[in-house]
Every structure is written in structure tokens, then in C-alpha cells.
Design a protein around this ligand. Structure first.
Ligand code: KG4
Ligand code: ZN
Length: 337
């Protein structure tokens, strides 16, 4: 069975195609058009700009995916209905409905966060019971996964900024450009992660064990930099970057490990664009190895938003026997997992 996935929840227009054999999905096409460059001068994703870019990119991206997969039409279409930007989601969902109607194939509405988890199976095979840590510019979640045909459980999320958003904001403060995550990662390479003791949010005994907070950390970095500038002391950008990055990676991986322990699972899956971060990866690898937990990290291309993750989750949902969604299905921008 050939399943097509359509993704438009943020600034990536993605159309992916997989083949489903009843147990595993195989990647046939993965076409993505990004409007990230158009958002750069605003320092963040502008919803109106993203929606217009999706409108322009959707049909050409769809054509490229069909050509790459060598198919005329799929057997089913899966589409992200949420969470995400309302106007952006509408473009993908409208396109999915139109193609489903025109091709007379069933439509499956899926959750974006579940897609980030499911995509890992393309590289690493069927998913055992696991905890997933999703970190991107739009989300920071700890999820409990029994199997991909069943609903995923949200264990915790951020109470303020997403982790990637914190990277972007601190990078802006340090004049490193947008999107700031990769630039900050590069700057941190020459810095000392122990140079400045930045706070680890929500790690007190009375804090929710799986929730995150990054706005206090962001403020602490701003105060530190302002204080240095005011007193005429030099600011070491590499040291600030490395110390900030260490604080984020420490909290993310410590809470993810605790979630694995508490759920009694021995697999941790990473997903989302910010898992490209070198320190999040290396600390996750160190800590899972020490705890005897298997770490599964999709390649960077599959960690960022794309259509293949939607197709892969759609295939698992179909495999689990779920009925198709009605063509009246609505977007759900605030959808939980
Ligand atoms: O998944 P993604 O492409 O889009 C969203 O859904 O947000 O993630 C993009 C986010 C941005 O905030 C970007 O700064 C961050 O991921 N990011 C990184 C790195 N590469 C991308 N953050 C830290 N270190 C990186 N190497
Ligand atoms: Zn995402």
C-alpha cells in the first residue's frame, strides 16, 4: 500500500510517500520546500508569510513527490491537522482533501508530534515501547509511546518557550543570526560549558518531573550579558553559548532519562529540528549508554518537519485498523498529542 503524507504545520511544505507492507514503512519520496529564508529578517516564523509560501509550494512539491516515488496516485493520504499554525495547517488540509476527493482515496488526519516519533521507524525498524523527546522551534515534549497504532501519551511539555525557540532567542541576543540554533551550536564548540552556571529550570523537588521551562534561562543569559556590558567586562560568546547549551541539554536529557526509568522502557527516541544540536545528541548518548537504554535518533533530514513523517504515521494508523477521516475533518492548531 502506498501512503502519501502532507505536512504544513509551520514553515515547511512537505510531501512524502512511503510503501507500507503491513508492518514497516519504506521511504519512496521526501520532498520539502521551506520558507525559512523568508522569516529570517523577522527573527521568527511569520504565520501569514508561512501560509502564503505553503500555497505557492504545495502543488509543485506534490508533483515532485509523485515523480520521485514514480506514482500517479497513492492508495491513501495522511495529513497533519495539528498542532501548528492555523493558517498554515489549513493549506495542507485543504490540499489533502482536494487530492483525496479527486483521486478517490481515503484521507487520514494525523498528529504532527506523532509523526516526529513514527519517522524513526524508517531507519531503525519497528518501534518498541519507548519515551520520545521532541525538541524543535515550536515544541518541547516528553511522550510515552506504547505502539504507533495507539494514541501516544503526553508525559510533559514546556510551560513557556520551546527549546529551539530558546536557542533562537539566545542566538539573537548574541548576534548570531537566524535560525540561531545551528549558529549557537557552532559558537559553543570553542567555549567552556562550565564557564557560567546558568539555571536549570523546573528541576526542583516540587516541580513537575517531565515539564520544562526555558524562559528563566533565557532571562539569566540576558542579565549576564547586560551585566558584563554595563561593567565594561568582555563577553565570551563561545563561553555563554556553551554554558547555555549545556543547561538546555542537561535538563532535556535528565528528564528524558527519568521518564524512561519511570515508564520502565529501555528505548529513548529523539525528534524535532533541535535534536541536530551536538550537545543534546552527545549528552543523550552518554546518559542512555550509562543507563543501558537504547537511543534512537533519526538522521537530521528526518528530524526536521517533512511529509514522510506524516506518511509513516498514517501508514501505522491505517495498519492499526483506524477508519478514514471524513472529508469535513477540521484543523486543530492547539491539538495535544
Ligand atoms: O523541527 P524544526 O526544523 O522546525 C520546527 O518545527 O520548529 O526545528 C527548528 C528549530 C529552530 O529553533 C532551530 O534553531 C533549532 O531547531 N535547531 C537547533 C540546531 N539546529 C536546528 N538548535 C540547536 N542546535 C542546533 N544544531
Ligand atoms: Zn515539528
Amino acid at each position: 500500500m502506498i501512503v502519501m503524507g502532507i505536512e504544513s504545520s509551520c514553515d515547511e511544505t512537505g510531501v512524502g510517500v512511503v510503501e507500507w507492507d503491513g508492518e514497516t514503512a519504506t521511504l519512496l519520496a521526501d520532498e520539502v520546500a521551506s520558507s525559512v529564508d523568508e522569516h529570517a529578517r523577522y527573527g521568527g516564523v511569520v504565520p501569514e508569510v508561512a501560509s502564503r509560501a505553503h500555497l505557492q509550494a504545495m502543488v509543485p512539491t506534490m508533483q515532485r513527490a509523485r515523480e520521485a516515488a514514480g506514482i500517479d496516485r497513492p492508495d491513501a493520504i495522511a495529513v497533519t491537522i495539528g498542532p501548528g499554525l492555523a493558517g498554515a495547517l489549513l493549506v495542507g488540509v485543504a490540499a489533502a482533501k482536494a487530492y483525496a476527493l479527486a483521486w478517490d482515496v481515503p484521507l487520514y488526519a494525523v498528529n504532527h508530534l506523532g509523526g516526529h516519533v513514527a519517522v524513526d521507524t524508517l531507519e531503525h525498524g519497528p518501534m518498541p515501547p519507548a519515551v520520545a523527546l521532541l525538541v524543535s522551534g515550536g515544541h518541547t515534549h516528553l511522550l510515552g509511546v506504547q505502539n504507533l497504532s495507539q494514541p501516544i501519551v503526553e508525559m510533559g511539555t514546556t510551560v513557556d518557550d520551546a527549546a529551539g525557540e530558546a536557542f533562537d532567542k539566545v542566538a539573537r541576543l548574541l548576534d548570531l543570526g537566524y535560525p540561531g540554533g545551528p549558529a549557537l551550536d557552532a559558537a559553543a564548540r570553542d567555549g567552556d560549558p562550565a564557564a557560567i552556571a546558568f539555571p536549570r529550570g523546573m528541576t526542583g523537588p516540587r516541580d513537575a518531573p517531565y515539564d520544562f521551562s526555558f524562559s528563566g534561562l533565557k532571562t539569566a543569559v540576558a542579565r549576564y550579558v547586560e551585566g558584563r556590558v554595563r561593567s565594561g567586562a568582555p563577553v565570551s560568546v563561545p563561553d555563554v553559548a556553551a554554558s547555555f547549551q549545556e543547561a538546555v541539554a542537561d535538563v532535556l536529557t535528565a528528564k528524558a532519562l527519568r521518564a524512561c526509568r519511570d515508564r520502565g522502557v529501555d528505548t529513548l527516541v529523539l525528534g524535532g529540528g533541535a535534536t541536530a544540536n551536538s550537545r543534546i545528541r552527545s549528552l543523550a548518548a552518554e546518559r542512555t549508554a550509562a543507563a543501558g537504554i537504547e537511543l534512537r535518533v533519526p538522521k537530521p533530514r528526518l528530524c526536521t518537519d517533512n511529509g514522510v513523517m506524516v506518511a509513516t504515521l498514517g501508514a501505522h494508523v491505517i495498519g492499526g485498523g483506524a477508519p478514514p477521516s471524513p472529508l469535513t475533518v477540521a484543523t486543530d492548531p492547539g491539538m495535544s498529542v
